[in-house]
Design a binder for this molecule. Structure first.
Ligand code: GLU
Length: 451
């Protein structure tokens, strides 16, 4: 981690552990992580798990794992379910300030009211009927066993902020319903705990999807009601499928683990996730730090970003093609590929997925059954194979000698040699492979022997 700047930013990624991360919700994670990297800040992982019905520990674990696969390693992790007392205290302060008020409407009642408003051409905004309840009304309702939910009383004014992505942003809160902050059973919806945590932990920048723009206006009013300083906000565009539909959690193959299992490079997922739809072309990167230098929140497009799986596959291949050996060595080793840097540089350009390196390792290291189309020709070529040591020029001088002896050129010369040495019609440059295969193995293969 870079050294902390004096005014080091603190950012956060705040998933609800109710499912696996997909490429769409990896975006806020990445935008925040890259922002922290770029500005010498810290990254907080916050599990928004106050919904105990839907939150699962297994999903929380999977989220941390998927973030690690992307290269995101939080500096700090917290769980909202462990911080309820802090939210209770904040709710109490809002109650005391007259900003949090009890409401007794049932979901059915609210629904009927909304329908009536819509039928009369009115916006379906909560009418604040509960604010008119007297102390006796409340006592009577409570005596009937009704439990209140709690709404935040919004001030009917326009809230403005300078958004890191969208520039000057304004939301008129007069047209919004007072948001419910706490349910009948005392549990909190996302809105209040998010503000309390951001304030308490000193989050400096809240970077999230533009589906939260209205929340931001509401949350700014809550920050202010609590007397907490405001973070800077940024709202990035949302990702849709190539045909323009929203990505849903049901799209299993676009889950980060689905992509990982299909062999897609994490760096390609990261680069596409944050550069897609931007004016800069999406390009392969060798590290998240490099990517951090390319992402300008102010340049993120306002239009929805379209995700194209073919683009991801192509970018994944291009990502592999430029990865340095040190970046892949542990992963090659895990695949049982013991090749060195020369091996990696020889084969990387031919890979669509890293595990294809296994097949090329076999080509270099054996055992391989050669493809012998013309045994006599291969025997003649074998006799001309120079002594070791082999280097990058060996292939050229050898094939020139074979060409001079046989009169063959081009494909007629190269294809039978490639087939004998690699058992394939296509592949990496033989000039690079031959020194890796070595003389002894090459001679055996030219003789039709498995080696
Ligand atoms: N749990 C919220 C979500 O996943 C967090 C939004 C935020 O970043 O404040 O949408």
């Amino acid at each position: 981690m870079t050294q902390l700047a004096p005014t080091a930013p603190l950012v956060r990624f705040a998933p609800s552990p109710t499912g696996y991360l997909h490429i769409g919700n990896a975006r806020p994670a990445l935008f925040n992580w890259l922002f922290a990297r770029r500005h010498g800040g810290r990254f907080l992982l916050r599990y928004d798990d106050t919904d105990t019905q839907r939150s699962q520990a297994a999903f929380a674990e999977a989220i941390a794992e998927d973030l690690a696969w992307l290269g995101i390693h939080p500096d700090l992790t917290i769980r909202q379910s462990e911080r309820l007392a802090i939210y209770d205290a904040a709710a109490e302060r809002l109650r005391a300030a007259g900003r949090l008020y009890p409401c007794f409407e049932t979901a059915d009642e609210l629904d009927r009211r909304r329908k009536r408003q819509l039928a009369r051409g009115l916006p379906p905004v909560y009418d604040r009927a509960a604010l008119k309840l007297t102390a006796e009304d409340r006592a009577r309702l409570e005596a009937e066993g009704r439990k209140p939910h709690w709404r935040f009383r919004l001030e009917p004014r326009t809230v403005s902020w300078t958004d890191l992505v969208r520039g000057e942003a304004h939301v008129d809160c007069a047209s919004l319903s007072d948001p419910v902050l706490a349910r009948e059973d005392g549990s909190y919806l996302y809105t209040l705990p998010s503000v309390v945590d951001d304030a308490e932990l000193g989050v400096t920048h809240v970077i999230r999807g533009e589906d939260h723009v209205t929340n931001t206006a509401v949350q700014i009013q809550i920050f202010e009601a609590l007397g907490a300083p405001l973070p800077v906000f940024g709202h990035h565009n949302l990702l849709t499928t190539a045909s323009g539909e929203g990505l849903s959690k049901r799209l299993g193959h676009l889950s980060l683990r689905g992509l990982r299992d299909s062999g897609v490079e994490a760096l390609a997922v990261a680069a596409l996730a944050v550069l897609v739809g931007s004016s800069d072309a999406v390009r392969p990167v060798a590290s998240l730090d490099e990517l951090a230098g390319l992402v300008e929140l102010a340049h993120v497009s306002r239009a929805p970003a379209k995700f194209d799986e073919h683009e991801l596959e192509a970018l994944s291949a291009r990502t592999l093609h430029q990865l340095p050996f040190e970046a892949v060595q542990p992963r090659l080793a895990a695949l049982g590929v013991a090749g060195d840097e020369a091996f990696w540089l020889a084969v990387r350009g031919n890979l669509a997925r890293l595990d294809e390196a296994k097949a090329w390792w076999r080509v270099v290291n054996g055992p391989l059954r050669p493809l012998l189309a013309d045994a006599a020709f291969c025997a003649q070529a074998a006799a001309l194979l120079p002594p070791e040591p082999f280097d990058a020029t060996t292939w050229k001088s050898w094939t020139a000698a074979v060409s001079a002896a046989t009169g063959l050129k081009g494909r007629a010369l190269f294809m039978p040699l490639r087939q004998a040495l690699t058992a394939q019609d296509h592949g990496p440059e033989l000039a690079a492979l031959l020194p890796l295969i070595g003389r002894e193995r090459a001679l055996k293969r030219l003789d039709g022997e498995s080696a």
